[in-house]
Structure formats: structure tokens, C-alpha cells
Design a protein around this ligand. Sequence first.
Ligand SMILES: Cc1cc2nc3c(=O)[nH]c(=O)nc-3n(C[C@H](O)[C@H](O)[C@H](O)COP(=O)(O)OP(=O)(O)OC[C@H]3O[C@@H](n4cnc5c(N)ncnc54)[C@H](O)[C@@H]3O)c2cc1C
Length: 339
Amino acid sequence: MAVKNRNEAERMASSSGGTFIALAKEIISQSGVVFGAVFDENWEVKHTYAETLEGIKHMMGSKYLQSRIENNYQETEKFLKEGRKVLFTGTPCQIAGLHKFLRKEYPNLLSVDILCHGVPSPGVWRKYLAEISHKVIRSENCKNLKTSCTYQPIINDIEFRNKELKGWNQYSFVIKGKSSITDDNNTILYSETHNMNTYMKGFLADIYLRPCCYNCKCKNGVSHSDLTIADFWGVGRLMVDFDDDKGTGLVLINTKKGKKFFDYLNMESRSSNLADVKIMNKGFNEHILEHPKRNVFFECLGRGDNMKDTVEKILYIPIYKIFWTKIKNKIKRIVSINR
Ligand SMILES: Cc1cc2nc3c(=O)[nH]c(=O)nc-3n(C[C@H](O)[C@H](O)[C@H](O)COP(=O)(O)OP(=O)(O)OC[C@H]3O[C@@H](n4cnc5c(N)ncnc54)[C@H](O)[C@@H]3O)c2cc1C
């Protein structure tokens, strides 16, 4: 099912079609509890719960690193036993873990997994964030023509999937915070499209996913989620008139409970052929291949090399190979779509 949240502001603030926020608002309106991933005070990611509209806003947007699950399974069980409605969202392995922990079906639980091709190591993110913060400090000091580092960045937001700057297809990595010049807390301090950003390039090339992600055991319904939410990559080719480059989501309905809940949401939706969608979306691959130079990457990082140079070195491909791979991929896509 291809879906779009009818509230454009909410969709723009989401990574794809804004399905998460529609589900979460419904649960909150029924006095329920929503579990999801948020940034902590160090800009690392952890799971937590929210009971208010303000609280669920922080869960919006994909955060491309592993989220710490902490004691959220115990908290979920407590709310379920109290009879509260609970929406638990996370990666397929987190949802599979939740079901294993609970050991029984709860009619008041809606579990939703995101389609996931793997989570990067938090240690790599930490290293990247430190490097990028230095870059921001240097550039803000240059703008002020200061020679010493006096500006300290106050980061207010990090978006892995900003659509405002270049749209959904060309999504950007953005850091917002306090500018040294204007004092505005929401200034864009750093931005790059995903195909130019070091961290996103390494993530999308699967260089530094957690080792277990290369042999994920939780895909294809194993997580027992009621719904799966994802990006509807390829909507521009498969449903041209539905695509507005502001984000189209994909929803897979896995259970009767999931269907009942989804039907209740008033999302703009269109049926789709799953086989076509799978071709365009890496997240469906059961086995994401470990990058052949993953070990080299961690060796370089271990001896203190910087992320940018290391990722560039590992991803370097001679021009003729890029050209040849593009042609091969195009032919593969045309053949599979016309099959
Ligand atoms: C690591 C990762 C890999 C992904 N890989 C793919 C993929 O290959 N193909 C694809 O179609 N989609 C993938 N997604 C999902 C996609 O990016 C969107 O999250 C999804 O389409 C939902 O978008 P939305 O617009 O409905 O809601 P959004 O508001 O964008 O999503 C918010 C939801 O994502 C959850 N979330 C955010 N970060 C994390 C995290 N680190 N760990 C657990 N949950 C998190 C929140 O709890 C919330 O439920 C991935 C997401 C993550 C975090």
C-alpha cells in the first residue's frame, strides 16, 4: 500500500509518508502510550515512551544508528497489564525481541516495525559527530572572522532525512543549532545531500552496520509485527501521479489487528504490487552483504584516521566501473519491471 499523510507539515517532518505520526496520534487520542526512538542528550539514540503529542514529535524521523532498548520492554509490559493501549515501534529485531519478552498476545498492543536494511554502529556515529562538530566550529568562527575557536556549537536538531532543502528523493543530512552570527537556535549549521555526506554514504554502502545485521533473522514476518512501515522508493516510476517528492510511505499489513487499525487512519492510499516495490528497496533483502572492506574501515578508525578520508578511500571506484555498474543496474530494473 502506498500512503501519504494528509497533513503536509507532518509528512514533510517525517522520513517518508508520515505513517508513524498518524499511528502515534491515534494512540495518544485513545489515552495510549507510544514507544519509539529519540535522541538522548549526547545525540545518541535510545528508545523511550511518550503519552503526549509533544512527546511523540521527538520520535519522528529516521535516526540511522542503533537505538538502545534499555528497560522499554518491561515498561511496555507494565502498561499492557494496566490495560493501556500501546504502540511499540522499532526495527524488526526490536519488535521480535518485544514479542519474545512478552511471551503472550496482548489485544491492546499494536507493534509496528520499520523496514530496515541494518543499523550502523553507535561508535561510528560518535566519531562522525565529533568530527562534524569541529567542522561546524571552524566554519562558524570563520564567518565571524575570529581566529581562535570561541564559538561552541549548540546543536538543536539533527535530521538524517531533511526534505525541505532538496526534496524526498535527494534527501539531506542536516544539523541545526545556534548560529554564531544571528543567535537563531534553528539555523542550518551544516547540510549535505545524502549522496555527498560521508556518514550517509558509508551507511548506505553497508560499511559499518552491526555484525548481526549482515545475517538478520528478523525479516519477512519473523518479527510478528502488525504493520511494517517503509519508504515507497520507486513511486515516481510505478505511480507517477502519486509522487510529489514530499515523501510516499509503504505500509505492509501483517495482521487483522494491523488492518483494523490502519483502516481507521485517514491516510491517502493506493494499492501496489509488492513484487515491484521489493525491487527498488534494499530493506527487503534478507541478507545484506557485509562490505568487503568493513574490517579495513574499523582498522583505520582504530588507529585514529578520520571518517571522511576513510569512507572515501573505501568507496573509491574507478570511473569506468561506475559507468558499467549503472548500465547493468538499469538493465536489471527494466527487465524485472517488464517481467
Ligand atoms: C536504521 C534504519 C534503516 C532503515 N532502512 C530502510 C530501508 O532499507 N528501506 C526502507 O524503506 N525504509 C528503511 N527505514 C525506515 C524509513 O527510514 C522510515 O523510518 C519509515 O519509512 C517510516 O517513515 P515515516 O515517514 O512513517 O515515519 P518517521 O517519522 O520518519 O519515522 C519514525 C519512526 O522510526 C522509528 N525510528 C527512527 N529511528 C530509529 C532507530 N534508530 N531504531 C528504531 N526505530 C527508529 C521511530 O521510533 C518511529 O517509529 C530504515 C530506518 C532506520 C532507522
